[in-house]
Write a protein that binds this ligand. Structure first.
Ligand code: PHE
Length: 390
């Protein structure tokens, strides 16, 4: 009996000591994290720099490069210089997971920027969330991305709104009634936009005459286009990426289809024109930003970008620039490399003055911003109108 109680009290004393010691260690750990920033802050970037969506990574890196240059020249984040560690995931979701794991476990990056294509962001977001490393995607619009957890953010609008914006523009500005939809079945982005466009267009009194699918690896779209041609639709909604879009539209003209195609931000690339040429004239896209915006903040960004990268920035470059700056701002406010603190600072972002609009992060960790409608004209994306958030 006696023995047992001695044992018990020794045991509870040991537990108490362990508890105090543990708590002290934890406090020390937290205090160290709160003390400021190291001389250099490492930020991981994962993008497609090669492969079918290489233009996405190339454009985005132009924006990130400008943001980092401006930041470091102005003294960095509270005196800490930012260093970017870039990984090419070739636009493959499996590869995105691999390179993000490497950025976290080998490079010990403080936070991560990427991807563009929603398929890749969705997979990598799970890895970032599991490791409590904040991830900010500048441009992935699929609703599922930020649902992966509280460490995952974006500075762009989401596809439930982007599809609705396209439907509103088609139904109320262009006065079109009869639509076809052509979806990339392997893409979360394309499927999500199809769904939101369809719901909104039907609500607005439109009719979906026909729906067809393709795979990103397809090169011949005659079968789908021939059956769409028979339906005599007013336009085709084509929520895919630039490589397929240019081929599909070109082949539709060869089949004698005169209708406009309407797409989303995924068409935004100089390579769209290389493949599609004049066949693209008269088509429209929903997008995040327009180079025609006379706002001095936008025009200054355009000339600085041009000076550094030798070209006019597209929406991806502008979103990546904004995304990087929002992240730097949050790290500065957190004043630590601690993931949870940076997460909290990102979540508290309000009225951040970006070149793609004013950025406030909502409770779902998304930005709520207007969609811009651009018309495709002789190699240019020409501003047509703005659809405010619903
Ligand atoms: N929104 C696209 C996606 O989620 C990516 C994209 C954004 C592509 C902007 C081009 C321009 O997959």
């Amino acid at each position: 009996m006696m023995k047992r109680s001695v044992f018990l009290s020794l045991f509870s004393m040991a537990c108490l000591l362990a508890g105090i010691f543990g708590a002290a260690c934890e406090r020390k750990g937290r205090a160290a994290a709160a003390e400021g920033l190291p001389k250099e802050v490492k930020i991981g970037v994962y993008m497609a720099m090669t492969g079918d969506t290489a233009a996405f990574g190339t454009s985005s890196m132009g924006g990130i490069r400008l943001a980092v240059k401006q930041l470091n020249e102005a003294g960095g984040i509270r005196g800490s210089k930012v260093r970017i560690i870039l990984e090419d995931d070739r636009g493959q979701p499996g590869e995105a997971k691999t390179v993000v794991t490497r950025l976290i476990s080998k490079e010990h990056v403080t936070a991560i920027l990427g991807e563009v294509a929603s398929n890749c962001s969705i997979v990598a977001a799970s890895t970032c969330q599991q490791n409590a490393v904040p991830m900010l995607t500048p441009s992935s619009t699929n609703a599922g991305v930020t649902k992966k957890g509280d460490y995952i953010f974006r500075v762009c609008f989401i596809d439930p709104f982007q599809g609705e914006a396209a439907a509103k523009f088609a139904a109320t500005v262009l006065n079109k009634k009869r639509a076809a939809i052509l979806t990339d079945l392997g893409s979360d982005y394309s499927r999500g936009l199809t769904q939101s466009f369809k719901e909104s267009f039907l609500k607005l009194g439109g009719e979906i005459a026909i729906e067809r699918n393709y795979q990103a690896s397809d090169t011949n779209f005659n079968a789908q286009l021939t059956s769409i041609r028979e339906q005599k639709v007013d336009f085709v909604y084509l929520p895919g990426y630039y490589g397929n879009a240019s081929q599909i539209i070109k082949q539709s003209r060869e089949l004698g289809m005169p209708q406009p195609f309407i797409g989303g931000d995924g068409w935004d690339s100089p390579d769209l024109w290389t493949g599609g040429g004049a066949a693209l004239n008269g088509c429209f896209i929903t997008n995040h930003y327009s180079v025609d915006n006379p706002d001095p903040r936008v025009q200054t960004f355009i000339s600085q970008f041009k000076e550094l990268n030798g070209e006019i920035p597209n929406a991806l470059a502008a979103l990546a620039y904004d995304g990087a700056n929002v992240l730097f701002d949050a790290i500065g406010k957190a004043n630590t490399t601690d993931g949870a603190r940076i997460r909290d600072a990102l979540a508290a972002t309000r009225e951040f003055p970006g070149v793609t609009g004013t950025i406030s992060i909502n409770a779902q960790r998304n930005a709520v911003k207007p969609a811009i409608i651009l018309e495709l004209k002789d190699g240019k994306y020409v501003y047509r109108t703005t659809i405010p958030p619903s």
